[in-house]
Design a protein around this ligand. Structure first.
Ligand SMILES: Cc1cc2nc3c(=O)[nH]c(=O)nc-3n(C[C@H](O)[C@H](O)[C@H](O)COP(=O)(O)OP(=O)(O)OC[C@H]3O[C@@H](n4cnc5c(N)ncnc54)[C@H](O)[C@@H]3O)c2cc1C
Length: 419
């Protein structure tokens, strides 16, 4: 029955968690249909994007076909791009209105898009590390630059990669790129003095919000890998060749990767839902949209506050999955008429990879004295995608992650698509 549809928009960390939990708790006899919608028929392991972008792993390693996750669950998948959410008529429109899905309950788990802060030329001249497709674009660009440089006489090889934003994403990408370039030196016949990697962060320190022990370790490790770290300087303008910083410094670049911020997916605000200035849907403590108790939002696309501190919960895969559990539980509570649960973030531990063999991290909301760094931290970091796989897709997804199906090929990695 269409009016009993539970429609989940977005098959990211949060959306899949809701679908999986609901499929488990809603018994067979319940008259509800769970519908999961995404523009892709695969789940992106967003937390790993820096690896294929820097050429450390294959793109296929950062994706899992959705059928492998939802097979056996009581969930129907619809592939399509969400264009509009019509709250009044309780309908979601996909693909310019081609498909309309009525709903009783709706979960907005559409994640984020890059935030460009209205900086002149930033969007047009950078590639944001925000999707698998963009990871492919970055990789193609890096490879092309290196191939072209290899054809030049050594004294003319001058490559500058600029990474904008020294948060988690920027630090991981800059570190991985530095490590990969060292590893690929023979293949591309490049020496250390032929290229520069510059990481630019506007705040006083890298990894804003993390403790001095963590950001100092991150900076030192990056510098040991040959990355120039600029902090406390804002990018004010970008042209196709040059980045202009607030300090007056101008950097001529060969490729510019943007990892400096995110905002909630634009679908909610375009559809007239109430959002904050960063496009995040306003929700209450049960993760219900403030103007409609049948609509929930979570993850990067929602302004979720920690009831203890009143501060927004940091946008992470860990938080999105925790929120997914609560949303599923609260929809079920609503259906059977029991009390809903308040979302209280449990431990969120951020571990940042810097090159292959180093990592550093700490919890961001509890037990803040705990720190991990060095080789062992990197080893633990490598286990995290396995943990996500297990939590999102059970042993089947874990198995898929450990033994990727090389026959499943997506047409993302064709560099001639990205001229
Ligand atoms: C390089 C990098 C490293 C990171 N490292 C970590 C880490 O170490 N630890 C951590 O906890 N977090 C990390 N994060 C953050 C984490 O990835 C995000 O917080 C998390 O993905 C948010 O989950 P979500 O479910 O809200 O959205 P997402 O996982 O982004 O999922 C959103 C889904 O919605 C779909 N979608 C979007 N728009 C539409 C549309 N219009 N129509 C249909 N479908 C749509 C997308 O295809 C996607 O499947 C990292 C992020 C990046 C980029």
């Amino acid at each position: 029955m269409a009016e009993n549809n539970i429609v989940i928009l977005g098959a990211g960390y949060g959306g899949i968690r809701v679908a999986k939990q609901l499929s488990t708790i809603l018994s067979e006899g319940e008259d509800y249909k769970i519908i999961l919608v995404d523009k892709h028929d695969y789940h992106t392991l967003m937390t790993q994007l820096y690896e294929p972008a820097a050429g450390a792993t294959e793109l296929n390693d950062a994706m899992v076909p959705l059928r492998e996750i939802i097979d056996g669950l009581n969930v129907k998948f619809i592939k399509g791009t969400v264009e509009n959410i019509d709250l009044r008529n309780k309908v979601v429109a996909l693909n310019s209105g081609d498909i309309k899905i009525p709903f009783k309950y709706l979960v907005n788990a559409l994640g984020s898009e890059p935030e460009y802060f209205n900086i002149e030329g930033l969007k047009e001249n950078s590639i944001s590390l925000s999707s698998l497709k963009n990871a492919a674009k970055i990789r193609c660009r890096v490879e092309k630059i290196l191939e072209q440089a290899a054809c030049l006489p050594p004294e003319e090889r001058e490559i500058t990669f600029v990474v904008g934003g020294g948060g988690l994403t920027g630090v991981e990408f800059a570190g991985e790129l530095a490590f990969q370039l060292q590893r690929e030196r023979d293949r591309y016949q490049i020496e250390k003095h032929h290229y520069k990697i510059i990481l630019v962060e506007g705040s006083k320190n890298l990894l804003p919000g993390m403790s001095p022990a963590v950001y100092r370790y991150a900076q030192k490790t990056l510098e040991d890998l040959g990355v120039e770290v600029i902090t406390g300087d804002l990018i004010q303008k970008a042209t196709p060749e040059t980045i202009y910083l607030a300090s007056g410094r101008e950097i001529n670049y060969t490729a510019f990767i943007w990892a400096g911020g995110i905002r909630g997916s634009g679908v909610a605000s375009k559809s007239g839902l109430k959002t904050d200035s960063r496009g995040r849907v306003l929700v209450n403590q049960f993760l219900q949209y403030v103007d409609d108790p049948y609509v929930y939002a979570l993850g990067d696309g929602a302004l979720v506050k920690d009831p203890k501190t009143g501060q927004p919960v940091i946008a992470t895969a860990q938080a999105a999955m925790q929120q997914g559990n609560v949303v599923a539980r609260n929809i079920y509570a609503d259906i059977i008429g029991i009390k809903k649960k308040v979302y209280r973030p449990s431990l969120i531990f951020l571990l940042i990879h810097i090159g292959r063999h180093q990592a550093v991290g700490e919890p961001v909301n509890k037990m803040k004295k705990l720190k991990l760094k060095g080789f062992y931290a990197a080893w633990i970091k490598n286990l995290i995608p396995l943990k996500y796989s297990l939590r999102l897709g059970g042993f089947r997804m874990l198995f898929r992650r450990l033994f990727p199906n090389k026959n499943v090929k997506y047409e993302l990695y064709k560099c001639n698509n990205y001229k």
